[in-house]
Write a protein that binds this ligand. Structure first.
Ligand code: AMP
Length: 221
């Protein structure tokens, strides 16, 4: 059965944690444009250099760069049975571009696409972001405030070094929220009108959110 999922939610709403778990459970590729762009920045490519100018201001990277990355990724063999899009699309323009890309690569997602909107108390978000760390080796995500790690610099899963993203500072996080509310939030209405939107209460603990997510996936699927 094909499964095509899109995740929408403000920065820090826990999409990354949940989509990584889902990707393992359903053996679906987890396509996270933020990580793909950070890889391009780290590689020092022309695309990466351009993307970084926007990322360090908490703004959306130009659509041409993102569309190219997404199209190339969706064409890979591992997307045949489906995909999980995390952090894409992020504007109405990108949602329309995604429709075009899916047409161009001959993917009909009309009956299979589900879009999950992670709704979360906003006051929790800045706190989550500034306390977020991720493992530079395996990508595991931690909250150093709530998770009480023995060593807040070391991954409990693989021993890798925990690092903080450059844009997880309070200043840039605030700009990312502004971008989210202005550009991404209109997608909720866009996908709701199509009848494919499912809202998830993302203010709960990780396990409860995941159970609700699985429940929402399996309703009428
Ligand atoms: P994220 O890891 O999802 O929080 O994304 C980090 C940053 O990457 C964002 O603040 C944007 O600058 C950029 N970015 C990620 N996904 C997209 C996208 N779909 N379109 C444009 N920019 C993006």
């Amino acid at each position: 059965m094909k499964r095509e999922f899109i995740f929408i939610g403000p920065p820090g709403s826990g999409k990354g944690t949940q989509t990584k778990m889902l990707s393992k459970e359903y053996n679906l590729p987890h396509i996270d444009t933020g990580s793909l762009l950070r890889e391009a920045v780290a590689a020092g490519s022309e695309e990466g250099k351009l993307a970084n100018k926007y990322m360090e201001k908490g703004q959306l990277v130009p659509i041409d760069v993102v569309s190219k990355i997404i199209k190339n990724r969706l064409l890979k063999d591992d997307c045949q049975q489906g995909f999980i899009l995390d952090g894409y699309p992020r504007s109405l323009e990108q949602a329309n571009a995604l429709d075009e890309i899916l047409k161009e690569i001959d993917r009909d997602t009309n009956k299979t696409l589900k879009v999950f909107y992670f709704n979360v108390d906003q006051e929790k978000l800045i706190d989550r972001l500034v306390n977020r760390r991720s493992c530079s080796k395996c990508g595991a995500i931690y909250n150093i405030k709530t998770m009480k790690l023995t060593d807040p610099t070391k991954c409990e899963k693989c021993g890798g070094k925990l690092t903080q993203r450059e844009d997880d500072t309070e200043e840039i996080a605030k700009k990312r929220f502004k971008t989210y509310f202005e550009e991404t939030a209109p997608l909720i209405e866009f996908y709701n009108k199509r009848g494919v939107l499912r809202e998830i209460n993302a203010s709960q603990d990780i396990k409860t959110i995941y159970e609700n997510l699985l429940g929402a996936i399996n309703v009428n699927s």
